[in-house]
Design a protein around this ligand. Structure first.
Ligand code: OGA
Ligand code: MN
Length: 223
């Protein structure tokens, strides 16, 4: 019998390997990566369908840190979010894509990424997220941040750009439109970033790859 080759699957795999390599090389060379059209559209379609179907009441209002001071939170960030647990086909496929990226980054950059957490985010008109770091230097935990965008036909007048700053002294930053299937990856403790006020509903997934905190905390001197 002839071997049956699933050409579509082979092509998808090659495209994924190529996308992961570009992201890995960017991370290695400059510490961040902005790649338009890098999330496979089949996956982006599923995730878009999923995120717009989540009812407003099952999103939670974003909170920072353990002390959930609402007034302060509204000053820093105002989007709504929902942690991804793998309770839908879309989420399961997303987690599996992220895991393959994690394996790729560990193989090519020896990052020792061990776990992944992510949430859907919905920014309504007027929402923003002020400049912040996802992690702090010298602390174990979040190492690589990823954001993917699920918005079709984003226009410059829609606002809502992600601005990535090259460290504390950078005031200008690099503006990224939250366009469909754009993937942004950066080292969590090196790049402060913000989300400018959006003029239309803006959907994204933000995720974080972490190193193994249990091993690291045994190696690190206790604080
Ligand atoms: C975050 C974040 C950026 C975005 O959730 O920490 O920076 O563009 N998100 O949604
Ligand atoms: Mn962030």
């Amino acid at each position: 019998m002839e071997a049956i080759i699933d050409l579509d699957a082979e092509i998808a795999k090659a495209a994924e390997d190529a996308a992961f390599s570009l992201i890995g090389n960017d991370l290695l060379g400059k510490g961040y990566s902005v790649r338009v059209n890098s999330l496979p559209h089949s996956l982006a379609d599923l995730l878009n369908e999923r995120v717009v179907s989540i009812s407003d009441s099952s999103f939670q209002t974003a909170a920072i840190g353990p002390a959930q001071n609402t007034m302060q939170n509204n000053f820093v960030r105002s989007q709504k979010l929902k942690w991804i647990t793998g309770d839908s086909d879309a989420s399961i496929q997303w987690l599996s894509w992220a895991e393959r990226l994690q394996v790729h980054l560990n193989r090519s950059l020896f990052l020792g990424l061990f776990s992944f957490e992510s949430h859907y985010a919905h920014y309504q008109p007027g929402d923003f997220y002020k400049r912040h770091y996802d992690a702090f230097r010298g602390k174990v935990g979040r190492t690589v941040s990823i954001v993917v965008y699920l918005n079709t036909n984003w226009l410059p007048t829609d606002g809502g750009e992600l601005v990535i700053y090259n460290g504390d002294d950078d005031k200008k930053g690099l503006k990224v439109m939250p366009s469909y299937a754009t993937v942004v990856v950066f080292l969590s403790s090196e790049y402060p970033h913000e989300v400018l006020r959006t003029n239309r509903d803006r959907y994204s997934i933000a995720g974080w790859f972490s190193t193994n905190t249990s091993i690291a905390s045994r190696v690190d001197p206790p604080e």
